[in-house]
Each structure stands twice: as structure tokens, then as C-alpha cells.
Ligand binder design. Structure first.
Ligand code: VG1
Ligand code: CO
Length: 559
């Protein structure tokens, strides 16, 4: 029998969740009561439903996850939560949390991750709340959490409640006359059995292992020392019969081995090299919390996430989940290239364009209007859960490849031939000073909205583009009519090409500017993105005077 106590505390500034949860340096989270405050505010937002409720708790294995799981257990017990479902050792991928919330119909879940941001004592940590649909909390909910953090005076905790999370087990406690249960679950079991319902595993296995007619299909799967390691091990080594040479970095590490666990051409450059040099037909990598994916073909042929979404959209029927349930609508985030729009048009499917961040897809999925969606930032997913899902994307691609008998590159070439190609690139300028970036954005917005900008012509590299529309993107949710304003500056030209500017909402300090460029070619589909987009990139840098404001000649990352 334990009792809760009430601890006095003071608000901390800046506990405002960004694009996906609250992300700060570990040093910020370990300040006295900083983490406790935020957890209490998450619970307080759910105040009326807490008694008798169940929450899911898990994280990506980064530094501080176990300590924070311990705090969540003690604070939840004190606040009347009945049960926590916790991943063994605090490990659960973000898509797995989403699935477990849905499967066990819990009130929600708390995800401990800073996703693709580096980990370790000097790096980043993060906390995110997901609701009963399994998806990230809406803006209204995160705003309400933030508001509570600005006036919090006390939190409740059961200091002497200690619960081991290293073994699969059910622990029950008596707290303040109530029963409190912590169920420690296998981190991968539920998720893997779900993947086996969604996909045809024997068919993927036959592809990978080869048949009498077809030689084995050699894959290289990189977990980047993030949370997907144990999932990759179970799925690829145990279920699909791959060997050790088909997987890399499958042990989750608190600092991701010092790497930046972001699957793109810059931060996963060594996977790109390995696929190029080895005899591999397919490469995939995932980020720290397992919701992002990068797909490569033979010789490290790179599939842009925007193209990946479009190709999947055009071939979903070969996946049992969609063969059974059909495909309702398609969606992408605003900065994502419009390749999927053409598939939607060809298939007479509704197409939604939402702001950046997976939380904006959830309502459409819950309303049964959306089946597949994606973001240019290496996020792809479907209504099987309410988060993007890296492993799902790799399995979806393998399903398409098994079904078509084509290589990754052939899939893309056939797609471009049929639909034309949206060349896309994103330039990131990381860790700039916040003030100058904000100034750049407001000056740019003024320029873009001043008279004469629409209709003006801009040229570079022998090409001329005339502005058709310029605005700060605003979104009205079709289901609940909630409005998300100021979601990115976009300039759309007469030929459909686009330039978009945003400030990142996932950094832990400073500012990151993202410049997105998308241009459509109906016939000339075989070129290099850098050549096709060069003129638009220089126009973007010119109009925004980016070099002047950021002091940067080159971006940190180009994708
Ligand atoms: C970035 C991406 C966005 C993604 C978000 C969370 O946000 O651009 O598309 O949804 O990260 O992904 P921002 O605000 O930094 O541009 V993850 O894998 O970090 O949860
Ligand atoms: Co992530």
C-alpha cells in the first residue's frame, strides 16, 4: 500500500509542443520538476477521464527514456490512472504505440522520443501525447497542455512506488485505496502480428529468398541504432528468413551510436554507400522512433518520399489490407510534391492537402475518408495506425516489388512514364539564429503579399516563372472545421511549380529554415533533380534573401 503526495512546483517557460511533441535538450528535461510538470499537465488535460483509465507508455530507447518511464509510472499512479501498458525496457516504436492504443482501446499514450534528433546526455529528448485514436494530440489539446504548464503549482506523485520494467510481467499495487497495474509487454509482439495481417508475409519471403525461376532479392535494412532494431530482427531475421548480412545497426543505443538517426541521403550516407557497393536490390532505413523511412533500389537508386507515396498509391491493391478494405482517399502534407495528386485524379479518389505534421491526417482517417498519406520528410503511412510507419513502408514496397516482379527503379520509371514526374528537393538550414530567421520570414511574407507580386516574373538559369499565387498556407479541417493558420509561405507559379518556406517545429534550440521546391515535367522525366530544380532554387534564395539572413552559403542537408 502506497500513498500519493503533492509536491509544490513552479511553471517553466517554453513547454510548448511543436510539430510533434515537446523537444528539448536532455539538460532542460533534467531540471528539477521540469519533466514532472509536463507529465502532470498531460494528465490534467485528461482529468475527467483519468480514473479507471489505461495509458500506453514507451519510447525510442534514447538517453533518459527509462528514468522518465519511472516518473510517468509514479505520477500516473498518484493521479488515479488504473493501468499502464509499458514496453519492455521502455521500448516501443511510435507506430507500435499507436497500434497498441487502438488495439487495447486505451485513453491514449505517452511517447518518449525526439524522433530523428540525435540522442545522448548532451542531445535531445522529447515527450508526446497521443489520444485514444492512436494519433498525436490535436493542436487544441497541445495548446491546452501548454496553457496548463504556464500556471502549474503542484503535481502528484507516489515516490516509493518502484516498478521493474525489464521483464515481461504484470505488477499490481495498491495506491490511495485504489488498484494500480503496470503491465510490461513485449515491445514487438502486437505490432508484428498486425503486420502479418496487413501484408502477405509468405509472398515477401518468397521474393527475398528467391524461387526456382527468380534469384534471391537481396535487402539491406538499417535500423540506425534506433527503436526499430528489435522489430527488424523479428520481422526480417525471424519471419522473412534474412541473414545478418541483410540488417545493420539493429541494437537500440541511447545515443544512436553518435549518429543522427534520420534516414536521408546525408545522415544515412553509409547505408547509401553499402547499398551501392554491395550486391543489394533494396535498401531501407528508419529514424530513431521508427516512423520515418528511406527507400533505395539497386545501386542506391533513391526514391523521394513524395514519389514513394505516389507509387504506393497507384499499387495498393496488391496488399491484402487494401484488397480487403479498399482505398478511400489519399493525402499529403502541403510541402510534399504533388505526385500523388495525379494518382488521385487518375483513380478518381479524394485528395487532401494538410499542414506539416501527422496529427492533421487523423481526423480524415477516423472519418473513413483517408487510406494512404505521406510527407516529403520521409513519412509514409496508412489508416492501419494513426502515425507514420517506417517498417510498414518498407514492407509495402517489398509487397509491390514481389507483386510486380520489377526493380525499384523500374517501378519509378514506369510511374513517371505514365504520370510525368514531380522533381522535388528540400534545403535545410539547421541551427540558425531564431531572430534573423523570423525576420526573414516576415519580410518575405510582406514581399509576397505586396501588390504586383502575383503576376511578377522571375528568371534564373534561362527559365522564367510567373507567380500565380502567394500566401501563408491555412487549413480548415474538413471534419471538425478547426483552423490551422500560418503553416508555411508558398509561392505557386503559372506552370504549377512551387516554392515553400517554413521554419521547423521539431528543433530543440535555434531555428531551422526549410525551403521546398517542386516542379512538374510531363515528358522530360529522366534527368537529375538538382538540374531540373536549379533555377527555382536560385529564385527561392533570391526572393527570400536567405543567405543574407542566415549567413549560410550552403544548406546543412539537401534531400
Ligand atoms: C518535421 C517534418 C514533418 C514531420 C515532423 C515530425 O517537422 O518536416 O514533416 O511530421 O518533423 O517527424 P518540422 O516542423 O521540423 O519541419 V518525426 O519523425 O520528427 O516525429
Ligand atoms: Co520520427
Amino acid at each position: 500500500m502506497s500513498n500519493s503526495v503533492t509536491v509544490d512546483t513552479k511553471p517553466y517557460e517554453g513547454q510548448k509542443p511543436g510539430t510533434s511533441g515537446l523537444r528539448k535538450k536532455v539538460k532542460v528535461f533534467i531540471q528539477e520538476n521540469y519533466t514532472e510538470n509536463f507529465i502532470q499537465c498531460i494528465l490534467d488535460v485528461n482529468k475527467t477521464s483519468l480514473i479507471g483509465s489505461t495509458l500506453v507508455v514507451g519510447g525510442d530507447g534514447r538517453y533518459l527514456v527509462k528514468e522518465v518511464v519511472d516518473k510517468i509510472i509514479k505520477i500516473s499512479a498518484a493521479n488515479g490512472v488504473s493501468k499502464l501498458i509499458v514496453g519492455q525496457n521502455g521500448i516501443l516504436s511510435t507506430p507500435a504505440v499507436s497500434y497498441i492504443i487502438r488495439k487495447y482501446k486505451t485513453l491514449g499514450g505517452i511517447v518518449l522520443t525526439a524522433s530523428h534528433n540525435p540522442g545522448g546526455a548532451d542531445e535531445d529528448f522529447g515527450i508526446k501525447f497521443n489520444c485514444s485514436n492512436g494519433g498525436p494530440a490535436s493542436d487544441a489539446t497541445t495548446d491546452a497542455i501548454y496553457k496548463l504548464t504556464t500556471s502549474i503549482k503542484q503535481y502528484k506523485i507516489v515516490p516509493d512506488l518502484n516498478c521493474a520494467i525489464d521483464k515481461i510481467d504484470v505488477h499490481t499495487f495498491k495506491v490511495d485505496q485504489r488498484q494500480f497495474t503496470v503491465e510490461v509487454i513485449d515491445a514487438v509482439e502486437d505490432y508484428v502480428s498486425y503486420m502479418k495481417e496487413i501484408f502477405d508475409f509468405p509472398k515477401i519471403k518468397a521474393l527475398i529468398q528467391g524461387t526456382e525461376q527468380r534469384k534471391p532479392f537481396n535487402v539491406l535494412i538499417d535500423a540506425m541504432n534506433g527503436v526499430t532494431g528489435p522489430y527488424v530482427k523479428r520481422i526480417f531475421l525471424e519471419e522473412l528468413g534474412c541473414s545478418e548480412k541483410n540488417v545493420r545497426r539493429i541494437v537500440p543505443l541511447e545515443d544512436f551510436g553518435g549518429a543522427h538517426p534520420d534516414p536521408n541521403l546525408t545522415y544515412a550516407a553509409d547505408l547509401v554507400e553499402a547499398v551501392k557497393e554491395g550486391d543489394y536490390d533494396f535498401g531501407a532505413a528508419f529514424d530513431g522512433d521508427g516512423d520515418r523511412n528511406m527507400i533505395l533500389g539497386r545501386d542506391a537508386f533513391f526514391v523521394t518520399p513524395s514519389d514513394s507515396l505516389a507509387v504506393l498509391a497507384d499499387n495498393l491493391e496488391c496488399i491484402p489490407y487494401f484488397a480487403r478494405g479498399g482505398v478511400r482517399g489519399l493525402a499529403r502534407s502541403m510541402p510534399t510534391a504533388a505526385a500523388v495528386d495525379r494518382v488521385a485524379a487518375a483513380r478518381a479518389l479524394p485528395l487532401f492537402e494538410v499542414p506539416t505534421g501527422w496529427k492533421y491526417f487523423g481526423n480524415l482517417m477516423d472519418a473513413g475518408q483517408l487510406s494512404l498519406c505521406g510527407e516529403e520528410s520521409f513519412g509514409t503511412g496508412s489508416d492501419h495506425v494513426r502515425e507514420k510507419d517506417g517498417l510498414w513502408a518498407a514492407l509495402a514496397w517489398l509487397s509491390l516489388l514481389a507483386h510486380s516482379g520489377r526493380s525499384v527503379q523500374e517501378m519509378l520509371q514506369a510511374h513517371w512514364k505514365q504520370f510525368g514526374r514531380n522533381y522535388f528537393t528540400r534545403y535545410d538550414y539547421e541551427n540558425c539564429t531564431s531572430e534573423s530567421c523570423e525576420e526573414m520570414m516576415s519580410v518575405l511574407e510582406r514581399t509576397m503579399t505586396s501588390p504586383g507580386f502575383v503576376g511578377s516574373a522571375h528568371s534564373a538559369g534561362g527559365k522564367e516563372y510567373v507567380v500565380k499565387l502567394a500566401d501563408n498556407f491555412s487549413y480548415v479541417d474538413p471534419i471538425d472545421q478547426s483552423v490551422a493558420k500560418r503553416q508555411g509561405l508558398r509561392i505557386i507559379f503559372e506552370d504549377g511549380s512551387r516554392i515553400v518556406f517554413r521554419l521547423s517545429g521539431t528543433g530543440s534550440s535555434g531555428a531551422t529554415v526549410r525551403v521546398y521546391v517542386d516542379s512538374y515535367e510531363a515528358v522530360s522525366v529522366g534527368g537529375a533533380a538538382a538540374d531540373a530544380l536549379g533555377p527555382l532554387v536560385s529564385i527561392a534564395l533570391d526572393i527570400s534573401r536567405l543567405k543574407q539572413y542566415t549567413g549560410r552559403d550552403e544548406p546543412t542537408v539537401i534531400t
